[in-house]
Design a protein around this ligand. Sequence first.
Ligand code: PEP
Length: 252
Amino acid sequence: MRTPLIAGNFKMFKTVPETVAYLIELRALVRDVHGVDIVVAPPFTAIHAAAAVVRDSNIAIGAQNLHWEREGAFTGEVSAPMLFVAGARVVIVGHSERRTLFGETNESVNKKMHAAIVAGLVPIVCIGETLEQRTRHETLAVLDRQIKEGLDGLTGAQLAGIVLAYEPVWAIGTGQNATPAQAGEAHFHIRQRLKQWFGLEASDRCRVLYGGSVKPDNIGTLMAAPDVDGALVGGASLDPKAFLAIIRGAAI
Ligand code: PEP
């Protein structure tokens, strides 16, 4: 049985004081919530302060990106060990906004994922098709390529410890979420491929989240789709009460 995971991606929202105030409130709201793992990924600037607020709680702090080198002349970049020491325990890799706006490729996703694992961070590796690809019936082929190239070199034992997020690009920030049937089809396919390429035991332990306009009123139906182990939540994670409702909706 996989424990559901709800991860909030703040994107480029909230300053340090705003993140701290949010987490003080969320920490109190989720104190008695069990049966679900909770992650909040604020901007880099707030990670250290955020980690201090959630110490000894049931919330873990994530980052939204990383560089694959440990250190070096890479102006503006942040490495996995830096994130770990700042207090992050999770990192989002290959979010579609990074793929479409900042040139992220399956190859860079792969390097970042390996760097995260070496540093002790749990990567949430994002995959998903664009609207054009779905319209051309390429969804499953796109997912295959993202999994094969993005997870290249991963052992079964490592796969068991990472998280995948299926995020159809057309559903992110648009208010248009995949139907449970669309999510279920993609998640079923992803699980089959993981089984085929990494073995039954490892694939059974790897959590696969859904992401794309998840809200308090659709988390229940999405969680009911087979093989959906939680959600990566953007917009709705910015309000602690809405995020709490999503967390409760996923808890077992
Ligand atoms: C995301 O940022 O990963 C996301 C799914 O955003 P939203 O929930 O706003 O669609």
